[in-house]
Structures are given as structure tokens and as C-alpha cells.
Design a protein around this ligand. Structure first.
Ligand code: KG4
Ligand code: ZN
Length: 348
């Protein structure tokens, strides 16, 4: 069967068309066409994603990408539409949902809503072109989801059986990277910029006189907190006055260490407590080199990272979830009128 997948939860508009086959034991995917329109250049000016602008851009991009996908794939008919219904920015989510509902009616096909975070989990098995399948993994698995909007530890008992065991109480880790970058006049998105400076500081052996805090590192739960760390950087920069390049590098390094250490520490603890056999890391921050190195150093179970192009938001991961859900629910989908944008949708 053929599945069309749509993603508009934040600042990327994505549409993918797949040919899928296989049962729940070995679902496989062939990408017939994939289009992604990034709005990063548009939001750069604002130092972050501006929801009204994101909405306008999605509305403009969706029909263009849809036509392109049909043209490149030469497909005349598909069997299922899937769309991200949350979590994310509600005005942005609605654009994808409204468009998907229109197309579902027009083409007379069912519509499947998808949780964006489940997409980030499955992204580790995807590719940005060609064919791939979801292999058998050992459960229980644990997922560390780190993005601009989320910092979560999710226990996965089986596909589609999730339990959030810990999450950020305030800012997400990617958001902290972006905000600290902004304090140092670095462009949006700040994660890769901070990471580059931190790497230079590591090579040159630069350090800060006073360490930054590691928030909630030793708390007895699996929760995280990033707003205190961000504020500590704000005060530090205020006290230092004008920053030279070397000081910026040293701040970036100390911040990156302080942001990543609690992630590693709590992930390790959760693996021990729940006896996890597989670790899945997803979301934009999973592209962070220091995180990848520290995971390799400290975590001994099988660990999966998404391919670079699937670490950030995309519609490939949405179609993957849709097919698993379709198989698991034996083709049943919710009533279209019950499908709505849920900014705070949780995994369960
Ligand atoms: O998953 P994603 O594309 O969007 C959300 O759903 O939020 O994640 C974007 C986030 C941004 O905060 C960005 O700064 C961060 O991922 N990011 C990174 C790196 N690459 C992207 N953070 C740290 N290091 C990186 N190399
Ligand atoms: Zn995301």
C-alpha cells in the first residue's frame, strides 16, 4: 500500500510518499518521494520560531510540496494519509491537519494522526531515501528524546506502549542551547553553533574559572531542568561584560558539559532501574557530537541514533509511525472530526 505523510509541528514542512509492506514483525518502507521545506532562514531574524510566521509558511508550502511529491513519484493513488497531531505549536499543527483532512476527503482515503515524539523514536530506523525496514529490537527499550521542545526519558515496553518516566520541568535542552547561543549573539538554531565553539575550546584546553551548575543531576527521579543553567549563563555573561572569542568558547564548552552530563547520568540510571536492553536517542540534539561521544563512553547497551538528516523534524518518521499504527490497529483510524491539534500531546 502507499502512505502519504505530513509534518508541520514546528518550523519544517515535510511531505513524504511511501510504498510500504510487511507485517508488524518486519515492516518495510520504500520512499517514492520526499520533500522538506525548512524555515530556518525565516526564523533566524527572530532568534527562534515565530508561530504566526511558521503557520503562514506551512500554508504556502504544503500545496507546493504535495504537487512535487505526486510529480516525482508519478503516483496516481495512495491508500492512507498520516499527519502529525501533536505535540508542537498548535497554529503550525493545524495547518497540516486541515490540509490532510482536505486531501483525505478529496482522495477518499483514511486519515491517521501521529504523535511527533513517536516519530523521533522511530527515526533511528529510517533513511532519507531508498528502502529500509524496522528490525527486531530487544525490549524493554529506553528512549532519550532531546529536541527544541522536549527532554524526555521514555520507557518502551513494546512498539506503541510507552511510559514517560522523566521529563524537563521547565526548558528543553535544545531550547537552552538556542537561548544561550542568543545571549552570545550566535545565529539560530544555536545548538550546532555552541557545539562548534565548545569543540574549539576542548582542542585549545580553555576552561571557565567557575563551573556552571548541573541542574537536577542527583535528584532521585528521572526529571530534568534547564532554566537554572540558562539563568546561570545569563548572570555569568552579565558579570563578564564584553565577551572575547576565547571566553565565548570557554562558556560554550562549560555549558555543553553542564547540559549533557545530567542526560547521561539519568539515562544510565534509568537503564539500570528498568533493565533496558536497547537505547534509542532521538530529536535535534541527538546530532550533538559531545552527547554521542559521552553515550559511547558511558552506556554499554545497544544504542541507536538517527541518521543526521532524520535527527531534526521530517515527515519520513511520521509515515513510519503511521504504518505501525495502521498494522497494530488492523487498518482502523479515528473519525476525522475527532482529529485535532494537541500542542501538549503525550506518549502513552
Ligand atoms: O527535533 P528538532 O528539529 O525540533 C523540535 O522538535 O524541537 O530539534 C531542534 C533543536 C534545536 O534546539 C537545535 O538547537 C538543536 O535541536 N540542535 C542541537 C544540535 N543540532 C540541533 N543541539 C545541540 N547540538 C547540536 N549539534
Ligand atoms: Zn521534533
Amino acid at each position: 500500500m502507499k502512505i502519504l505523510a505530513i509534518e508541520t509541528s514546528c518550523d519544517e514542512t515535510g511531505i513524504t510518499l511511501f510504498e510500504v509492506k510487511g507485517g508488524l514483525k518486519s515492516p518495510s518502507f520504500k520512499i517514492l518521494a520526499n520533500e522538506l521545506a525548512s524555515q530556518i532562514e525565516i526564523h533566524k531574524e527572530y532568534g527562534g520560531v515565530f508561530p504566526a510566521l511558521a503557520k503562514r509558511e506551512h500554508i504556502k508550502n504544503l500545496p507546493i510540496l504535495f504537487d512535487k511529491v505526486l510529480k516525482t513519484s508519478k503516483v496516481k493513488k495512495f491508500d492512507l494519509i498520516s499527519v502529525t497531531s501533536g505535540p508542537g505549536l498548535e497554529p503550525a499543527l493545524w495547518t497540516g491537519i486541515v490540509f490532510a483532512k482536505e486531501k483525505a476527503t478529496e482522495w477518499g482515503v483514511p486519515l491517521m494522526p501521529v504523535n511527533h515524539m513517536e516519530g523521533h523514536i522511530l527515526s533511528v530506523f529510517g533513511k532519507d531515501k531508498g528502502s529500509f525496514s524496522i528490525p527486531k529490537i530487544e525490549f524493554p527499550a529506553l528512549s532519550l528524546l532531546v529536541s527544541g521542545g522536549h527532554t524526555e526519558l521514555v520507557l518502551i515496553k513494546d512498539w506503541m506502549k510507552y511510559q514517560v518516566i522523566g521529563e524537563t520541568l521547565d526548558d528543553a535542552v535544545g531550547e537552552a542551547f538556542d537561548k544561550v547561543a542568543r545571549m552570545m549573539d550566535l545565529p539560530y538554531p544555536g545548538g550546532p553553533e555552541i557545539s562548534k565553539l565548545a569543540e574549539l575550546a576542548r582542542i585549545q584546553g580553555l576552561t571557565l574559572d567557575k563551573p556552571l551548575p548541573r541542574p537536577m543531576m542527583y535528584s532521585k527521579n528521572f526529571d530534568f531542568s534547564y532554566s537554572g543553567l540558562k539563568t546561570a549563563v545569563l548572570y555569568l555573561i552579565r558579570d563578564l561584560g564584553k565577551l572575547d572569542e576565547k571566553t565565548k568558547m570557554a562558556i560554550a564548552l562549560e555549558f555543553e558539559n553542564a547540559a549533557i552530563e545530567p542526560l547521561i547520568h539519568k539515562t544510565k540510571k534509568a537503564i539500570e532501574k528498568y533493565g533496558a536492553k536497547t537505547l534509542i536517542i532521538g530529536g535535534g540534539v541527538s546530532a550533538n557530537k559531545h552527547l554521542q561521544i559521552e553515550v559511547k563512553k558511558h552506556i554499554k547497551i545497544k544504542t541507536l541514533f538517527p541518521p543526521r538528516k532524520l535527527s531534526t523534524d521530517n515527515s519520513i518518521m511520521i509515515g513510519m509511525v503511521a504504518y505501525l499504527k495502521y498494522l497494530k490497529n488492523k487498518g482502523k483510524v479515528p473519525r476525522p472530526s475527532s482529529i485535532k491539534a494537541e500542542g501538549n500531546l503525550r506518549l502513552k
